[in-house]
Design a protein around this ligand. Structure first.
Ligand code: 5GP
Length: 216
């Protein structure tokens, strides 16, 4: 894993008053953990690392929906920008999507459902980059990697924007990681709590009010 930024347990985040928060969420959040601008700056560097590591070989970039969609589009945009501007070489990219679900409320339900996805035959013999929003226990990623192996890719690497310090982790560590975060439930930048908060700009910690309001 390359130079993942570690956010310590003692870090309190930023006050909501320091940023613009939609009215419909202002009572539901504890703090801003990672502002949007910082997310972007970090993704720029992850894109550069990926560009450097994959050289000229074609890459199939798979987005894990729905939580990974913002990270995915911003990451792909930045790799494409390097492709346009580096002159010497570029990484031919193709895009793919898969949808998995492992969470209800703020708890992993233990079973992982594949509830959508393209035909994965296209990964055979290719370099594959799986793009995920967050790794918590690591179960979802182990399941997905097992699934992908059946289609015989040349190599599979994982980029996860967030990696949670989770006591129940199975030890899985992605090759590319944006931020290692405390064991708190985070939302925003496409990460949801029961489908809410995906429309929030920054990555924030949800508070008890938000949990009670949106739990099912
Ligand atoms: P794992 O299988 O690693 O325990 O869980 C991975 C999935 O759980 C992620 O793709 C994400 O959907 C969900 N998840 C885990 N922690 C969080 C969190 O703090 N916030 C949100 N919104 N989703 C989470």
């Amino acid at each position: 894993m390359t130079n993942c930024i570690k956010i310590e347990d003692s870090y309190q985040g930023y006050s909501l008053d320091s940023f613009c928060i939609p009215k419909h969420y202002e009572d539901d959040l504890e703090s801003v953990l990672i502002p949007y601008g910082v997310i972007h700056d970090r993704i720029e560097r992850i894109a550069k690392d990926i560009f450097t590591d994959f050289g000229k070989e074609p890459l199939v970039a798979i987005c894990v929906l729905k939580g990974g969609y913002k990270f995915y589009t911003d990451l792909i945009d930045k790799i494409n920008s390097l492709n346009r501007n580096q002159g010497e070489r570029s990484v031919p990219l193709s895009v793919d999507f898969i949808r998995l679900r492992s969470y209800q409320n703020d708890k992993s339900v233990g079973t992982i459902e594949v509830i959508g996805g393209d035909n994965m035959e296209s990964v055979k013999g290719k370099n594959v980059l799986v793009v995920e929003d967050i790794i918590d226990t690591g179960r979802t990623m182990m399941k997905l990697l097992g699934l992908l192996e059946e289609f015989q890719p040349k190599c599979v690497k994982v980029a996860s924007l967030l990696l949670k310090r989770q006591p129940a982790s199975n030890g899985y560590i992605p090759e590319y990681c944006g931020f290692e975060i405390p064991d708190k439930f985070v939302v925003g930048y496409a990460l949801d709590f029961n489908e809410r908060f995906r429309d929030l700009h920054h990555i924030c910690v949800v508070n008890n009010n938000g949990i009670n309001k949106y739990k099912v």
